[in-house]
Design a protein around this ligand. Structure first.
Ligand SMILES: NC(=O)c1ccc[n+]([C@@H]2O[C@H](COP(=O)([O-])OP(=O)(O)OC[C@H]3O[C@@H](n4cnc5c(N)ncnc54)[C@H](O)[C@@H]3O)[C@@H](O)[C@H]2O)c1
Length: 290
């Protein structure tokens, strides 16, 4: 009996070493496969507001993961498209200037994307009236600004879904990612129409996911915390009012950058999240406890 114990020990160590080696081999195989087959190979993504700010990083990350990307922005995306084409090939990207609040422009964008790439697999509803919006008290908002925020941040994503979803429904698959904001959870002051519009994105996501589930389309939202995007940094009032308090409110006490969002975006865009829908993923270093 006494001799049996060391023998069992040797046997168990051998088994565990074998399992370890297999795990490592599996891991290496996976990594190798990932290098050969990026997660979004053969997929087409539209990124609204994809030319500037955080959206620019989304466009680059989706292309790097193998997607063909339509950069759709009110700003000119041609320079970014050339940069992506230089890195990933001429057929990896296109760009179109459009206003997301204008239904005719949205219809045209969708038609041009289908013309060029034949399908739409991922929609990133990222365009928003945000970085250029000057914070003010609740009673200082004029109704034109209020309506413009709602037109871009709420009507825009709806119009995109209205015209993109039929293409996804026909193929019974798709990923819709609505960019919301940690500000909607926290009720950040002095940005009332913006915060209201982002709260709408959370509810929009939940309701839409229930209508599109039967077509195999996932609808989720991604809520960034305060991010130091290049466009965001141009708004001195935001920087002054947000940067330090937000950093101090986080579990990870540091500033956040567009790169911090890319893992979550690619997760929601790829088959890694195939059984996830109707959810809001907050990526803010642990400021909001969702
Ligand atoms: N930066 C942050 O701290 C932060 C935090 C939470 C959520 N967000 C959200 O992330 C997204 C990107 O934010 P950002 O920091 O890059 O700010 P941003 O204001 O620079 O990004 C908006 C993008 O949308 C485009 N756009 C504006 N109006 C448009 C219109 N009518 N039609 C088409 N495109 C239009 C802009 O040109 C820009 O590329 C937004 O949805 C924003 O609400 C940002």
């Amino acid at each position: 009996m006494a001799g049996l114990v060391p023998a069992i020990h040797v046997f168990m160590v051998a088994i565990l070493q074998d399992v370890d080696a297999r795990d490592k081999r599996g891991h290496d195989d996976c990594k190798a496969e990932r290098q050969i087959m990026p997660r979004l190979a053969g997929k087409t993504a539209i990124v609204t507001g994809g030319a500037k700010g955080i959206g620019r990083h989304y466009s680059q990350a989706l292309a790097a993961e193998g997607a063909r990307v339509m950069i759709a922005d009110i700003a000119d995306g041609r320079e970014l498209a050339e940069e992506i084409a230089g890195r990933h090939g001429a057929n990896s990207v296109a760009s179109l200037k459009f206003d997301v609040s204008d239904e005719k422009a949205v219809k045209n964008l969708v038609a041009q994307t289908i013309d060029r790439f034949g399908q739409i697999d991922v929609l990133v509803n990222n365009a928003a009236y945000y970085a250029t919006l000057k914070p003010r008290n609740f009673n200082e908002w004029d109704t034109d600004t209020w309506d413009r925020v709602m037109a871009i941040n709420v009507r825009g994503p709806y119009l995109m879904v209205r015209h993109v979803a039929p293409h996804m429904m026909a193929r019974r698959s798709g990923k819709i990612i609505n960019i919301a904001s940690g500000a909607a959870y926290k009720g950040v002051p002095r940005m009332l129409p913006y915060v209201t519009s982002k709260g709408a994105m959370l509810a929009f996501t939940r309701s839409l996911s229930r209508e599109l589930g039967e077509y195999g389309i996932a609808v989720n939202s991604l809520s960034p915390g305060y991010i130091l995007s290049d466009t965001g940094l141009e708004n001195a009032t935001h920087v002054e009012e947000e940067r330090v308090p937000v950093r101090n409110s986080r579990a990870f006490k540091r500033d956040a950058y567009p790169e911090d969002l890319l893992g979550a975006l690619l997760f929601l865009a790829s088959s890694d999240s195939d059984f996830v829908t109707g959810q809001s993923l907050v990526v803010d270093g642990g400021s909001v406890n969702n």
